[in-house]
Design a protein around this ligand. Structure first.
Ligand code: PRP
Ligand code: MN
Ligand code: MG
Length: 180
């Protein structure tokens, strides 16, 4: 069990909803005229974001998932990304949008993008809800970012700490009680 912690609200549910709506509008414009957009969610962290985002996208879409894991139960990236579940569908020649909850070191996304690129999608873009640029170790090119955040360990809206707190409707920052 983790030591006790409090959660400070960093981004409210209302602020997230407003940002998701405007991201979806930009995405719908960018891909206007596409035959079909394949929206790929990275499990598990992106499950709430992708659910809210696709409901605001005004395009013909297909939803697929890929499961990647690098943190396990730790607070620090293992920098070793494991693909635990691959896409169901083919993406060759398709418009593909990868949806991620957060970019931290960048290892997860750069690994996933490298794999997807070998399958020759027509266009491959990224939409991440959160970006922690101060922690980046590997460059990642994300066309859409919801919010830049400071270097705090965040939970909620899909994001976990040791598999907990994914169900919080807002983004919170973990704060440990000071011990004497
Ligand atoms: C977290 C988060 C991102 C990734 C970001 O996933 O959801 O996918 O780490 O970190 P990085 O930029 O340093 O790679 P995690 O490995 O915890 O799996 P989960 O989504 O199942 O929680
Ligand atoms: Mn993840
Ligand atoms: Mg995690």
């Amino acid at each position: 069990n983790p030591r006790p912690y409090a959660i400070d609200t960093l981004i409210s549910a209302k602020a997230i909803a407003a940002r998701v709506e405007s991201l979806a509008r930009e995405i719908s414009e960018f891909y206007q005229g596409t035959e079909k957009l394949v929206v790929v969610g990275l499990l598990r962290g992106s499950f709430i974001f992708i659910a809210d985002l696709v409901r605001e996208i005004d395009l013909p879409i297909e939803v697929d998932f890929l499961e990647a894991s690098s943190y396990g139960n730790a607070m620090e990236s293992s920098r070793e990304v494991r693909i635990l579940k691959d896409l169901r569908g083919e993406i060759e020649g398709r418009d593909v949008l990868v949806v991620e909850d957060i970019i931290d070191t960048g290892f997860t996304l750069s690994h996933v993008l490298a794999i997807l690129r070998t399958r020759r999608p027509r266009r491959l873009e990224v939409c991440a809800l959160l970006d922690k640029p101060s922690r980046r170790e590997v460059a990642v090119d994300a066309r859409w970012i919801g919010f830049e955040i400071p270097d705090r360990f965040v939970v909620g809206y899909g994001i976990d700490y040791g598999q907990r707190n994914r169900n919080l409707p807002f983004i919170g920052a973990v704060r440990f009680a000071e011990h004497s």
